[in-house]
Design a protein around this ligand. Structure first.
Ligand code: PLP
Length: 402
């Protein structure tokens, strides 16, 4: 018999969608995977060189549980440059991807019975980690087309049990980027009610409109002492499998993470740590620039193709690398005998009929959304999106085969 906590968890829906696309490909079908939350591009040369050098040098021991000191220093310098807020190595914890940083945060600050505000649609792991820590996710729904939280709704969700607010901007799955006024208002609430802010900034490199990424610590000068700012190299350098992330936080959280990580993973993989350190030391930013341009082009191409949709508004995609379609209008216009009538069924039909993998919004707590990644190789993206448009536009006039 399993522990009760296991009944709180469902498997990751995004992983399941990825898996479904892989299974279909393994069965010999031509699959275009727009489900994966990653950019398909070669690993930066500097990361590979750093890893190989570490292997050649025989790096094979445990490191400090919160990461190699020079890497923490290099990340502090990077984060200082990225945010304009100054950080030192002591503020930084190196993690096995952002996921571990977020779990550290949950385990460090949450007690059973605590409530955590999460904006929905949301990346499913946010809620699962809160549940794992024994606390309760309180969802505040955000709506298309902006998917930015309304501050009155956030205020209304705060109770004496609220312990934290999870902010994820740029957002997975919606592509929303929270404006400064929203970040400031969330920060004000956190200060007034003594809440933690867990700021998941994994997609910080991918902001496409209105200037560069703004972290909540940039928008709200008083929030830093109650913020755990989580980020990773997974998306920025397209190295999701290397498992290297970090967070910046006040000293008590850094100390908590030191203990937690020493009992869970001991440390992030030493080769990955050296590889990223090397990258941070030698990189001139050319790879990051190339990635960014690739995604700017992919976004523009995708928006052009998606503008042909009939009953679905083109998404805004201010950031991240996801097109998030609101299918509510289309679904409500479908006849009773349409071949698919929910986002789940539509995602299933797309995979079955056209070989395009996508993630239905149910995974994110939104039964009417559909997420399409634009991290796929450009030719595949173009082909895949044209198929999506063809299928969605055909739904109103097609009937289930008798
Ligand atoms: N946070 C968000 C919003 C994500 O979308 C993801 C990955 O998809 C993560 C965190 C986890 O990132 P990592 O692979 O670095 O653990």
């Amino acid at each position: 018999m399993l522990a009760q906590r296991m009944s709180l968890l469902s498997g990751s829906g995004t992983a399941a969608a990825r898996e479904a696309a892989k299974v279909a490909a393994a069965a010999g079908r031509q699959i275009i995977d727009l489900a994966a939350g990653e950019v398909i591009i070669e690993t930066p040369a500097s990361v590979r060189v750093g890893a190989i050098a570490a292997i050649k040098a025989g790096a094979n021991r445990y490191t400090e549980s919160i990461g190699l000191a020079p890497l923490r220093q290099a990340v502090a310098e990077k984060l200082t440059a990225d945010t304009g807020v100054s950080w030192i190595a002591d503020d930084i914890v190196i993690t096995a991807g952002a996921k571990q940083g977020l779990l550290d945060a949950a385990l460090a600050v949450l007690d059973p019975g605590d409530e955590v505000i999460i904006f929905r649609p949301c990346w499913p792991t946010s809620a699962s980690q809160v549940l794992l820590a024994g606390a309760k996710p309180i969802f505040v729904d955000v709506r298309s087309p902006t998917y930015v939280p309304e501050i009155d709704a956030v205020r209304a969700a705060v109770t004496p049990r609220t312990k934290a607010i999870i902010v994820n901007s740029p957002n997975n799955p919606t592509g929303a980027v929270y404006d400064r006024a929203t970040l400031q208002a969330i920060g004000d609430l956190a200060v007034a009610h003594q809440l933690w802010i867990v700021s998941d900034e994994c997609y910080s490199s991918f902001v496409f409109t209105g200037g560069r990424h703004e972290s909540i610590v940039m928008a709200h000068p008083g929030i830093r002492s109650r913020t755990i700012l989580v980020n990773a190299f997974s998306k920025e350098l397209a190295i999701t499998g290397w498992r290297l992330g970090y967070f910046a936080a006040p000293p008590e959280i850094v100390s908590a993470a030191k203990k937690l990580q020493s009992h869970m993973t001991s440390n992030a993989n030493i080769i990955a740590q050296h590889a990223i350190l090397h990258h941070l030391q030698v990189s001139d930013g050319a790879f990051e620039k190339e990635m960014r341009q690739r995604l700017i082009d992919a976004r523009a191409l995708g928006l052009r193709i998606l503008s042909d949709l009939h009953d679905v508004a083109p998404p805004r995609v201010d950031g991240s690398f996801f097109f998030y379609l609101d299918l509510a209008g289309l679904i409500s216009a479908l006849p009773a005998d349409a071949p698919a009538r929910t986002a789940d069924e539509i995602a299933g039909l797309l995979l079955e009929e056209t070989g395009v993998g996508s993630v239905a919004g149910g995974t994110f707590g939104d039964p009417q959304g559909l997420r399409l990644s634009f991290g796929a190789p450009p030719e595949q993206l173009e082909q895949g999106l044209r198929k999506v448009v063809g299928t969605l536009n055909s739904l109103k006039t097609r009937q289930v085969a008798a």
